[in-house]
Ligand binder design. Structure first.
Ligand SMILES: [Fe+2]
Ligand SMILES: [Fe+2]
Length: 415
């Protein structure tokens, strides 16, 4: 796919400022043929296409999609035959091929060991600079010949912490990279690097948020000793049920991929208000008196109001907003006989109707100090019997269709 050692150069950031001067620092060693053709008349159009791509890259939330978009631009806008993205794998001390165009599938899994190999990609990465070889076959250091590859440009992909990989542009023409195209390639790779860095920061932030939210939920849950897998199971059940609703097109107005991901996390917050219930009620081993039960019921409002306040103070991001809905309404009933607000039917948020089924199934099939667990089949029948009274009939029907999946989660995530 590559590799040799031809150029000396300045960092990509220097040559990506798109000044109308020769590309300083990216000097082919084997520069003996004619100068590359100028593509000045195309430059404005290419630049416009690059700017449009950059605008799209900002919103991409998936690494592979970013690679594919950038490679598409490299081929369709810049006209290069071959592209490859290598990312550094520190554990393997290698550059691993993550995406490619212009090679067949046999390159899958290819990697360049940083310790053993010389070559263009290794050089660009270890010296953190672009490397350009206008005639790879004339270069004595070219070590992995692709018979069709004639010229190659390799640009480091940089994060704030240094290079994280390289982008390899290849052409079946000699001297295929004009100075201005090298600038565009550098700009393209720099923007890809920014998008990857944003993606990493976004993922880190999302993981931190999830950890804090799940930690809060676990703290609340730990008070009544119902530790074990309860929260993990509720989240897993919620995913199963919501994905099934989504597949069936039921409640399609609400349920999309983001909804599924959000409820899988937010469901853990359903009983967070238990943190506000006194020990003598929460930890009472026997049945509650009517007065104690009234106190216990306040956990829905305590949790809902707390999460709602967080939404009001810190902005309404979907996960917290759904968490508030679930905490408030997971004990509401379809026929309006639930608490704390006596909401009925579709006035109950869908997320809470879903979690209600999951929570009851888990409570029925779990052992408590004051009760034994009941078998899966019996729990399934009880939920079906509650359809249209306790539970949203559609959610209850989909639950019965997915009951086998629930049972598998139940046995996988034991207390
Ligand atoms: Fe609850
Ligand atoms: Fe619960």
């Amino acid at each position: 796919m590559q590799d040799n050692d031809t150029a000396q150069g300045a960092p990509c950031a220097v040559i990506s400022e798109l000044e109308p001067v020769p590309v300083a620092g990216v000097v082919p060693v084997a520069q003996t043929a004619a100068a590359p053709p100028a593509h000045g008349e195309d430059f404005t159009a290419k630049l416009a296409a690059m700017q449009q791509l950059n605008a799209r890259l900002i919103f991409m939330r998936d690494e592979q999609t970013i690679f594919e978009e950038v490679m598409t631009a490299a081929q369709s806008v810049l006209g290069y035959d071959i592209c490859a993205v290598f990312l550094h794998d520190p554990a393997a001390r290698a550059l691993r091929l993550r995406a490619w165009r212009g090679y067949d599938d046999r390159v899958r899994g290819f990697s360049i060991p940083l310790e053993r190999e010389i070559g263009l990609c290794r050089l660009a990465f270890t010296e953190d600079r672009p490397v350009y070889s206008p005639d790879v076959m004339a270069d004595p250091n070219y070590c992995m010949a692709d018979p069709e590859l004639c010229s190659e440009l390799i640009i480091p992909i940089r994060s704030r912490r240094g290079p994280i990989g390289v982008f390899d542009f290849g052409s079946r023409a000699l001297y295929a990279f004009a100075d201005e195209d090298i600038r565009l390639c550098c700009t393209l790779v720099d923007h890809m690097a920014i998008s990857l860095e944003n993606l990493r920061l976004f993922d880190e932030l999302a993981s931190t948020r999830d950890a804090i939210i799940l930690g809060m939920a676990r703290l609340a849950e730990s008070r009544d000793g119902a530790m074990g897998g309860h929260l993990d199971r509720i989240c897993a059940y919620s995913r199963i049920l919501t994905e099934a609703l989504s597949r069936q097109g039921t409640h399609a107005r609400f349920v999309d991929e983001e909804y599924v991901e959000t409820i899988t996390r937010s469901a853990a917050l359903h009983d967070i208000g238990k943190v506000g219930i006194p020990d003598e009620v929460l930890l009472k081993p026997g049945h509650l008196t009517p007065g104690e039960y009234e106190i216990m019921k306040t956990h829905a409002g305590i949790g809902g109001a707390t999460l709602e306040e967080m939404v009001n103070r810190h902005g309404s991001f979907f996960m917290l907003k759904m968490g508030a809905d679930i905490a408030w309404a997971h004990h509401e009933r379809w026929d309006g006989s639930g608490y704390p607000r006596g909401l009925a039917a579709e006035a109950i948020p869908l997320s809470a109707r879903i979690v209600a089924v999951c929570d009851v199934y888990d409570a029925l099939t779990s052992q408590r100090i004051y009760k034994a667990a009941i078998p899966h089949d019996r729990a399934r029948d009880l939920i079906l019997a509650g359809a249209g009274q306790h539970f949203d009939p559609t959610v209850a029907r989909v639950f019965t269709e997915q009951a086998g999946e629930f049972q598998r989660v139940r046995s996988r995530l034991r207390d």
